[in-house]
Structure formats: structure tokens, C-alpha cells
Design a protein around this ligand. Structure first.
Ligand code: SF4
Length: 330
């Protein structure tokens, strides 16, 4: 078990951050994105728009706003550098509603000293020291080692589907609030997966970009004859670097930094995993749509950009684009 002496609080956050610090303090980490997407998501969007959030703001922001208000959080940490340009206003709005908020930043200059200082600030905030945090990191790295195996079972052994890979990796941002239970469930799943016959090899797809808001994207791609064998950002959430130093771990994490850091990681994985085609997911009204221009320019493979908006099944226009893509490249 992770430390329990201090009073347990529910600590929400708006994207992956050094979760080791929250756990070392004996608190429960809660990624509000995961709460939003597994809840009555459309209803959350409607509520946020009734409050006055414009239609032209990303649905994740609206969903995270309502998720933060309705999930008994003791505090919310907003990642104000290295994630979303809307987070500052979201935090102000949540402060206005009476939620206790604090900040974390992935430093723009990406130096060891700056990252170390940010983690130290978080440690001071939660009154833990680096040795306590490192103990938790070592514990989480044991789970991360298993997730590296699970990822290999997706692209190499073909025992795990792209949707299953997505599920396990995306949930490592908060380990579903309880790393011990997460590990137990993961082991149970892997024991079952190990008994399977390998999946047939079809068109090998890389999924890049933020996790999809569509409810059925993985199913649709599979039905069209594609196998997602690389989930870019979800794999980053799982931090498969096993660095001995926590500062190095969060410098290695590509998502909060420049698109060129992401591109380097993506290009390496595309080659290693023998990828045939890339599906790049973007969210309506998201600044990362600009990064996608650069990714598309540099990636020399069939490349389809999808744009999702609402938390629902894929719309007919997107389905048609996917069908045409698979007809040409399948
Ligand atoms: S998808 Fe883009 S705009 Fe939406 S919350 Fe994430 S970073 Fe922000």
C-alpha cells in the first residue's frame, strides 16, 4: 500500500503530472478527463454550455469543468504550462465556483533545474520529500514494466487489441485512483491475454494525438480492417522510460513539450512497429490542430486526420472518410 498516515484527499488534475507526489502524500489522484469521458459526457457538455461556455470551446474543457464540480474533489491542480491553452480560464472559473485550485507547469525551457524546481514546489505543497516520492516512483515503475510488456503484446505478440492497449495506458495518468487495485486488475487481464491465440495481422495503424472523444473509434477501425498497434499519447501517459530519476522521467515525457519532441518519438515507434498508416486524431477548437500540420508534413506514410467534437459515436461524414481511407490503403 502507498502511504496512508496523512488524511486522504481527492486531488483532481487536468492532465498527467507527477502523480508520484500525490500518492506519496497519501492522497487519491483523480484525472478529471477520465471522469468526464466515463460519465454522462453529453450531459456534462450541455451543463457547461448552460453556464455560458461557448460552443467554440473544446468539449474536454467543458466536460472537465462539470467533472471537477461534481466529483467531490478536495483540490484541483491545473497544468498551466505544457497542456491546454484554455486551462487558465478553466481554473479561474472553478475558483469562482468555490473549488480550491493550484498550478503545475512543465517548464518551457525543459531544463533539469527548471523541472526539478517544479516537482519540488509540488512536493512542498503536499508536504512530502523527494525520498518519499522516489519510493512511490519505484513502486509505480513495477506497474510500468508490466505495461511495457502489455504494449509489446499489442504490436509484437498480437495478444492485446488496440482498444485494450488504449484502456490500460490511458488510465495510468491516475492509476484509477488506486495503483494496488490497478495492478491487480492488470495482472488478471494479462493472465487471460497470455492464453489467447495471436490476433491476425491486418493493416497496422498508428493512432497519434490526444485520446479520442468518439465512443466507438477503436471498434470502427477494427471493423474496417485496421489494427491499432501504437497509441502515441496514451503510451506517453504510461511513462515507459524507467528512468532512475523522477526529474529525468518528466523531461522524457514528450506530450507537454514541443511537437518536435513528439515527432522524434513517433518516428522511432512507426519504424519499430512496422506501421502501415497513421490516423491522427485532433479535437475541434484545439491548438494541437496546428501541431498536426507539422506531424503530417514530416510523417511519410498514408496519413488521415480526424477531427472529433462531441462525446458520441463517429458521425457519418467521419465514417465515410475512414471507409475511403481503408479502401485505398487496406
Ligand atoms: S483537446 Fe486540446 S483544447 Fe481540448 S482540452 Fe485537450 S489540449 Fe485543450
Amino acid at each position: 500500500m502507498i502511504k496512508t498516515e496523512r488524511q486522504n484527499k481527492r486531488i483532481g488534475f487536468t492532465t498527467s503530472l507527477p502523480v508520484e507526489v500525490i500518492l506519496a502524500a497519501g492522497h487519491t489522484p483523480v484525472d478529471v478527463n477520465n471522469l468526464f469521458i466515463t460519465s454522462a459526457s453529453s450531459e456534462f457538455i450541455r451543463k457547461a454550455e448552460m453556464t455560458g461556455f461557448p460552443r467554440t470551446v473544446c468539449s474536454w474543457i467543458k466536460g472537465n469543468y462539470v467533472a471537477s464540480l461534481t466529483s467531490n474533489l478536495d483540490e484541483l491542480i491545473g497544468i498551466v504550462q505544457g497542456d491546454c491553452s484554455n486551462t487558465h480560464s478553466l481554473l479561474d472559473m472553478l475558483t469562482e465556483e468555490g473549488i480550491k485550485v493550484s498550478h503545475f507547469s512543465f517548464p518551457l525551457d525543459k531544463t533539469y533545474t527548471a523541472m526539478d524546481a517544479e516537482i519540488k514546489k509540488l512536493e512542498a505543497h503536499f508536504e512530502v520529500d523527494r525520498s518519499e516520492v522516489m519510493k512511490v516512483k519505484k513502486r509505480l515503475d513495477k506497474i510500468r514494466e508490466r505495461l511495457i510488456v502489455l504494449d509489446e503484446w499489442t504490436w509484437k505478440e498480437r495478444l492485446v487489441s488496440g482498444a485494450e492497449n488504449h484502456y490500460w495506458l490511458v488510465n495510468t495518468s491516475d492509476f484509477m485512483g488506486n495503483p494496488d487495485r490497478f495492478e491487480e486488475d492488470l495482472e488478471h487481464f494479462m493472465n487471460q491475454a497470455q492464453q489467447r491465440d495471436p490476433l491476425p495481422t491486418r493493416l497496422r495503424i498508428a493512432y497519434i494525438g490526444v485520446p479520442p472523444i468518439y465512443a466507438n473509434l477503436y471498434q470502427v477501425i477494427s471493423d474496417l480492417g485496421g489494427d491499432i498497434v501504437f497509441n502515441e499519447v496514451q503510451r506517453q501517459f504510461a511513462m515507459p522510460y524507467l528512468k532512475s530519476d523522477i526529474v529525468e522521467q518528466y523531461l522524457h515525457y514528450t506530450y507537454p513539450y514541443s511537437v518536435f519532441d513528439r515527432l522524434k518519438d513517433i518516428e522511432y515507434e512507426l519504424l519499430k512497429r512496422h506501421i502501415d498508416a497513421v490516423i491522427s486524431y485532433t479535437q475541434s477548437f484545439c491548438h494541437l490542430q496546428i501541431d498536426n500540420i507539422i506531424l503530417k508534413r514530416h510523417i511519410d506514410l498514408p496519413f488521415l486526420t480526424l477531427e472529433g467534437d462531441q462525446p458520441e459515436d463517429i458521425d457519418s461524414r467521419t465514417l465515410l472518410r475512414l471507409e475511403s481511407f481503408f479502401e485505398i490503403h487496406g
